[in-house]
Ligand binder design. Sequence first.
Ligand code: GCU
Length: 675
Amino acid sequence: PQTGYKLWLDYRKVKNSELLQEYRNQIQSVYIQPDTKTLEIAQKELSVGLAGLLGDKPTFLERQNIKNAIIVAKIKDLNKEYQALFESSKIEENGFQISHVKENIIVTSNDDIGVLYGVFHLLKHLQMNLPLKKLPIFDAPKIDLRILNHWDNLDRSVERGYAGNSIWKWHKLPGYIDQRYIDYARANASVGINGTVLTNVNANALILTPMYIKKVAALANVFRPYGIRVYLTARFSAPIEIGNLKTADPLNPEVRNWWKAKIDRIYKEIPDFGGFLVKANSEGQPGPQNYGRSHADGANMLADALAPHKGIVMWRAFVYSEHDATDRAKQAYNEFVPLDGKFKENVLLQVKNGAIDFQPREPFHPMFGAMPKTPLMMEFQITQEYLGFSTHLVYLPKLYEEVLQADTYQHGKGSLVAKVIDGTLDHKKISGMAGVANIGSDVNWTGHPFGQANWYGFGRLSWNPYLSAKTIANEWLRMTYSTNDEFVTPMIKMLLISRAAVVNYMTPLGLHHLMDTGHHYGPGPWVSNLSRPEWNPVYYHKADSLGIGFDRTPTGSNATAQYAKPVADTFNNLETCPEEYLLWFHHLPWDYKLKNGNILWNGLALKYQEGVGQVREMQSLWEQIKPYLSAEQYQEVAMLLSIQLKEAKWWRDACMSYFQTFSKKPFPKGMETPK
Ligand code: GCU
């Protein structure tokens, strides 16, 4: 039973008859001149959207002196009398304004893409059944680059993808344009996503060969009118692999020329090509360090070749080395922070939200706020590599919000990660947020139907990193399922507890990296035989007969020293360290007293139990809203939730039974005993 292809753009007819009448009275006709591809798309969206929402196809008129209409145009194309009412300078690039003027609603912007965003916003307003009185609306993106990262391979497998094959049908490109490409672009534009990296960070160099560039150009042509630019991953050793050179040394003139020629060629085919995402000297990928050069040397070489075309480099900071066994959490900071100020202007460092790897919960990455001269992009993972694949229902905007709202204290209180990312903390010229996509060829795109909320939510936060997870949940639920409060209220509750649930039943109290090897699904805290020490879960939990946890304070790895002093002090001190990060930063005895009076062993068990209980609560909330769903919609998630419950217990039982071999303590009252 798979539905959900239309995502949040279903445009169901408004049910409330009074509201429907209000909408119909106001929207008797629409003015829009489809004289560019983007405005043509806007017109089509209005046509489809209004037909769905209001029940009738809208009437499009060719003049602006009308009444009870929607008028959609760039400011410069509005009638003089309307024009006088808008101030161009007040609307930022790609921003829009929606206002009542006379008896009309005007959707306007300085540019086409802003108009398109405005149209999507107005349609959302109607989808959410909000009164038209609530206008005017001003909005504009707060982050420049709002980018999906596809970890898609050319054979259509997707690294860490759980929603079917890659949607890119390379073998049929460039000749065949799949309808999905268009629907993908629409969905992204509707939330303001304006870039896509088509290929896996671990991809080989094949994508940079002429045959593939032609295919990429075909996709770029589809996406362009939706305001979406295409980017590619650049394998650092490409000059050797596809260029027949002996080296990929970034300071070698032949290598530099090779990249320059390659990039010039790409821009011939794709004039608005965005640039490169690079994973270098990370998990075995080649990079500048193979030649004794720094990350800055490598990034700047590509940046120089891209600069004349206004392209950018997104250089990933996800590096860790097997040669330093003390604490993987410290390595990216140690490698990159000394390079602050050494990168070219068109280089951004792309930093994962935490210092390990997309765990259910990590404290914010210490690099945020620590490189005042370098733009840092956020890298979130939307695909649920460590969070139950597309089987578990986990609403990720809650995780994103927690990270964005964290305070780095780098310029005193209020130095939020969100301000690092939108560039306001250190007045950056360019800003960005990337999300590792959870999209595939499944009918519903994301495997789990609620995975769509994570794609949607990533887009919304990349537009405005200050939005709350609750606001986003409310929007998505109303647009996707139902505007009935009796549906929406319990569902918001379900979404908001789902993140806490997964943390509790997988890795409570700051535990991390307990998953089984390779596939990363299910528990494996006992794994200790992998070739690299920092791949083994035992490296992270350090459980022994005395206690559990990773001491990252000055008595241990001293990773806390990478944070601003007030943050480091808070984490170091057991009195102030937030309980959710306790075992991330401290190794504590099994009978350590928690704030609630429980000893650590019992508290840990009860947290695991709480996670299981939260999944049960999610199930009962799902029961409650059954009347608002089709049988298929209900059944699909009901089945997934029962797997989730079973696996929550699996996590609890496996982890607690294993830890019990060290603590030698009985399970506390209140924890269901493993069977
Ligand atoms: C994780 C993931 C890899 C991925 C890597 C990365 O380690 O398991 O599949 O390549 O992150 O972000 O580069």
